[in-house]
Design a protein around this ligand. Structure first.
Ligand code: COA
Length: 371
């Protein structure tokens, strides 16, 4: 029997702290008018101290599992797409695995810039469709505010924090993820990068003094690349699925700049209402932008059963990618009963307890080895 990867759960988390364009105008030489007209952004969410990438991932993941009606122990795979992991290693996905109590899941992070979620979705969908795994969790999550130079007006106005997650499940029914395309061009690696902190430029007093631990971007060049990459990837993914632009119900593009979204929409000859945008409220949340937008589009009733959706992104690398999805879930989804909710809360408490016990036992063993 042919198996397909279906999206059966979705969830998001955005930090409560809202920073408006006027707030930024108090910090750098900019204005609400400039930011709105050049980017379409009005405000963004900024993570508080405890709101790390793993924390936000966990909140989004719990929601997605709840919608899917799946328990964490049923997960086979967790992928976190991010350029702002909690640590260089271990993977943020492992922290999510521990927080969820996903006892039999493989877990890894994936770095493909703002295209990370599409890369994760593509890898997970292929693993599910191949029969290797049955249930996968794909998360896009970022705390870009931690790597943004808050004195650089050319970049600090663009980015925000947040996380989005989906559950993919194997099913014999037609639909789900129909096709994906992924691309890369490393010759553009300097156009959008974090210069220091890796093996090329280990963190040092000099890298700190020169601000090399902050995100750097050639805005105009990235703009030109994005305006070409999005329509091309959209056409390719539809072609691969044997479909055309006229079959499309909704495009969910990476939310980087409203002018890039509009240029891509024009180039594809699509009406504006077919292309989803929530950029105004969140700015560019990198790998989190597409899953957050997908959740909101579903919540707003923009997606119905059997609709064809294309998610399309571009980002650091340079990378680009798209996924064509036939929405197979009935909407609205059946939400869990209050009793099921209580059970889930208990399960997460148990996951925390289990993690503590495992740490304690490891500590005891370490003591024993010393003695
Ligand atoms: N407020 C006010 N002025 C600003 C500003 C700000 N926040 N940022 C830049 N400027 C100024 C520049 O200094 C420049 O001034 P100058 O002409 O006196 O030198 C002027 O505005 C124009 O700058 P420019 O960079 O040409 O603007 P732009 O129209 O290209 O818009 C971006 C800049 C960053 C908004 C745009 O290039 C962009 O969105 N690029 C893509 C970025 C992206 O998507 N990155 C993520 C990829 S995943």
């Amino acid at each position: 029997m042919t198996v397909h990867a279906h999206i059966t759960g979705w969830g998001k988390f955005v930090p409560p702290c809202v920073v408006t364009n006027d707030d930024l105008a108090q910090m750098v030489d900019t204005s609400d008018g400039w930011i709105r007209t050049r980017t379409g952004i009005a405000e963004r969410r900024i993570a508080a101290d405890g709101e790390t990438t793993s924390y936000m991932s966990l909140q989004a993941a719990r929601q997605a599992l709840e919608v899917a009606g799946l328990s964490p122990s049923q997960l086979d795979l967790i992928i976190v797409a991010t350029v702002t992991p909690d640590h260089a290693f271990p993977a943020t996905a492992c922290l999510v695995q521990d927080g969820l109590g996903a006892t039999r899941a493989a877990a890894f992070d994936l770095s493909a810039g703002c295209t990370g979620f599409i890369y994760g979705l593509s890898v997970a969908a292929d693993l599910v469709a191949s029969g290797a795994y049955e249930n996968a969790l794909v998360i896009g999550a970022e705390t870009l505010s931690r790597i943004v130079d808050w004195s650089d007006r050319a970049t600090c106005v663009l980015f925000g924090d947040g996380a989005g997650a989906i559950v993919l499940q194997a099913n014999g029914a037609n639909g789900g993820v129909l096709s994906t395309v992924l691309g890369s061009d490393g010759s553009g690696c300097e156009l959008l990068c974090l210069p220091a902190g890796g093996s090329k430029e280990p963190a040092s007093q000099r890298t700190l003094d020169e601000g090399l631990h902050y995100l750097k971007m050639e805005g105009r060049q990235v703009f030109r690349f994005a305006a070409r990459a999005m329509p091309t990837a959209t056409r390719q993914v539809l072609e691969r699925a044997g479909l055309t632009l006229s079959d499309l119900k909704l495009v969910i593009p990476h939310q980087a700049n409203q002018r890039i979204i509009e240029a891509s929409t024009r180039s594809l000859g699509l009406p504006a209402e077919v292309v989803y945008s929530n950029l105004e409220r969140y700015g560019n949340t990198s790998a989190a932008s597409i899953p957050i937008a997908l959740c909101e589009a579903v919540d707003e009733g923009r997606v119905e059963q059997d609709d064809l959706i294309v998610c399309v992104g571009f980002g650091a690398g340079l990378t680009w990618g798209a996924a064509a999805i036939r929405w197979s879930m009935p909407l609205p989804p059946e939400l869990p009963s209050p009793w099921e909710r209580v059970l889930r809360q208990l399960r997460y408490r148990y996951a925390s307890l289990r993690s503590l016990v495992r740490r304690f036992v490891r500590w005891l063993f370490a003591l024993g080895v010393k003695e």
